[in-house]
Design a protein around this ligand. Sequence first.
Ligand code: SAH
Length: 263
Amino acid sequence: MSVGRVILAGAGPGDPELITLKLLCALQSADIILSDRLVHPDICRLHARASVPVVLVGKQGYHPGSVPQVDITQRMLDEAMAGKTVLRLKGGDLAFFSNVLDELEALVKMNIPYELIPGITAASGASALAGIPLTGRGFARSVQFIAFHPSTEDSEYDRLACDLENVTKVLYMGAARLISVLAALRERGVDGSMPVAVVEKATTTAQRVHVSTMEEAPAQWAGLDFGSPALVIIGRVVSLHHRFDWYEPTEAGTTPYPALPSV
Ligand code: SAH
């Protein structure tokens, strides 16, 4: 039997219409789909062939119901070795803070043909739908995308605090520990008036945007549990939100994402 192939694709930030035409074609040619949790379920429901299995290989932080990466990679290899066209769907862009490298290395090692399809990362989606242009002229000269882990060290806080007057910082996976992050930045001299935003479920019909400042956020957001997934934006550009807040979500309080199994 001849070997199949793997298409690794970014499925966009949330809104199921924010996918590429290339992904649309891939959805129609796949024999099996392995999908991350942060891929909007409508993407497969509406565009994949009805007979095609969609396997949820979700991961959520350190959630015990997460599927281990080795199992995901093995399943992907097994299906391709069995001659199938495997579509591996990841939230946002396929390469931003994902395990794409593990999967690529395994594919190369096994000599399995593959293709990469980029997607719109959460920062771009959140930026557009929250009306916060990430490098708005006069407000920021560059932007950094940063992933937050429980093991984040002091030196990383130093880097995060650095040059916030010119550089917008977007934190992936950082909302749960935001108050302590803000305290660490204040200790490093970041101005109390520096605005900060949290965008929950960006680009979905349940999107919520919270805006505050370094100084006021700890009191304003105390006890608030930001809905997953959430993205943090720190920088002067955040002040543009109140002028360009055009998007009106219609389903506040809901979530389009499937829950992981409880174990
Ligand atoms: N590859 C993805 C990121 C994976 S890391 C991408 O390019 O977007 C997962 C983190 O991305 C989440 O913890 C959250 O911080 C962010 N994220 C993904 N989708 C999001 C959404 N719709 N709204 C807000 N944050 C999101």
